[in-house]
Design a protein around this ligand. Structure first.
Ligand code: ADP
Ligand code: X15
Length: 401
């Protein structure tokens, strides 16, 4: 490993720490998850070593329901480290600078959602990000920058790639352990069948990676939004937005050519759902075979039971299974059949397995499974599957300069 870690940093300094606390939000309430657990270890170490700590993190995407303030995150983090955590509703404005200046050894201050600053997005070269007002203002307030956000390290955003270019930069404990684990996994060779379960809402991330993993993965089992987009490309009338949702059409525009060429060149490696589940007029789960769907008139919120029966034996025959994204909206028990079914099939075999993603990995405890039934549970989703391709992550590269 070529980056500096907390072992290379002298105690008691002023540090700016980038975490990934991006969490599910239900009706405006931030849901606790293992990202807090893991990052708490880094923050507790910094507190114990007398550092003055300011935390940068993002939450959601502008325009989405999960794009909220980090005020609740500060409270949840405080519970996890059993220590006070302050919050300021600015990222680098005058009040933030004032509160940073007032930090004492062992204090922790969470700054407002980085994505509320114009400079954070979009993705641009690290050199450009390093010259933004956001980075230039905060850099002089600290002795060092620590990036602990492995799970966001595939994004070329200011808080991830800008600071390491203009400050003394270190990897936090989560960055270190996730980098080691995921790099080792990417280098692993498997004699038997390698299967990847692909779902979730971030279809653009997974489809891009699938096109680079066609030699490593023998079988892709599809579900979630990505699965419906593949069904659309295969000629089924699903994978369209209904009402005013924006989950499908935009991602279809971005990916339709890649999906069509994946289906043309690798059809034998791709297994699509044979049935889908939706909420009927009584509020109950109902299922429909994809062959019987004439027009999309309901939101499909899970793969159906037949699909789980088809996916389970493929998992049983696999030497390695990688999961990225849920097969349905598992947070609602009615639509957990696909995700819980596939995770149980993995837990029941002795294959090597990795389950990734801040959202998807929550299904493990929600449905009565244990983390140690899986080879590795990563708090990273998009970053871990990108690492599987052997590609470096921009946020990691920035630390290695
Ligand atoms: N058909 C679907 N419709 C709406 N949401 C879905 C559907 N399938 C999966 N999801 C949602 O996908 C989320 C996980 O996807 P994603 O954010 O891409 O993965 P992760 O954060 O685990 O990397 C879950 O919270 C689940 O509710
Ligand atoms: O949750 C994240 O990624 P993931 O859902 O792939 O695990 C990261 O915080 C990145 O967030 P983004 O996909 O909105 O850039």
């Amino acid at each position: 490993m070529t980056f500096q870690t907390l072992d290379d940093l002298d105690d008691g300094q002023r540090v700016l720490v980038r975490l990934d606390l991006n969490s599910p939000v239900e009706d405006g309430t931030v849901q606790d998850n293992r990202r807090f657990d893991r990052h708490a270890e880094t923050i507790s170490e910094l507190v114990d070593r007398g550092f003055e700590v300011a935390v940068l993190a993002h939450q959601g995407r502008p325009g989405r329901d999960d794009f909220v303030s980090l005020a609740q995150h500060a409270d949840i983090l405080a519970e996890h480290i059993d220590h006070d955590v302050d919050f300021v509703d600015e990222t680098y404005g005058p009040q933030a600078i004032h509160d940073i200046a007032a930090l004492d050894g062992g204090d922790v201050l969470v700054l407002e959602n980085t994505r509320m600053c114009d400079d954070e997005l979009p993705e641009e070269d690290p050199e450009i990000k390093s010259q933004t007002e956001f980075v230039q203002t905060l850099k002089d307030e600290f002795d060092a920058y620590i990036n602990d956000a492995y799970s966001a390290a595939h994004r070329s955003h200011a808080s991830l790639v800008g600071f390491p270019l203009v400050m003394d930069a270190y990897a936090g404990r989560v960055m270190e352990t996730e980098y080691e684990a995921n790099t080792a996994i990417a280098e692993k060779e498997f004699d038997g069948q390698v299967t990847m379960v692909v779902g979730g809402t971030k279809a653009t991330d997974v489809i891009d990676v699938m096109t680079h993993l066609d030699e490593k993965v023998d079988d892709f089992l599809l579900g979630g939004i990505a699965g419906e987009l593949f069904l659309r490309a295969a000629g089924y009338p699903v994978g369209y937005d209904i009402d005013d949702a924006n989950l499908y059409d935009e991602q279809w525009e971005q990916n339709s050519e890649k999906i069509e060429s994946m289906l043309e060149d690798h059809r034998d490696q791709i297994t699509l759902a044979v049935d889908l589940a939706y909420e009927d007029e009584n509020g109950d789960r109902a299922e429909q075979a994809v062959d019987d769907i004439e027009e999309k008139s309901v939101s499909y919120l899970d793969v159906g039971s037949e699909t789980v029966m088809e996916y389970s034996p493929i998992i049983r025959d696999s030497e390695a299974v990688f999961v990225k994204g849920a097969l349905g909206m598992f947070e609602d028990e009615r639509f957990s059949v696909g995700t819980a079914g596939v995770l149980e099939a993995i837990a029941d075999t002795d294959c090597f397995s990795v389950v990734g993603g801040g959202d998807t990995s929550r299904a493990i405890e929600m449905y009565g499974m244990e983390e140690d039934e899986f080879g590795h549970v990563s708090i990273a989703g998009g970053a871990y599957i990108r690492a599987l391709t052997g590609a470096e992550l921009v946020g990691v590269e920035a630390l290695q300069r």
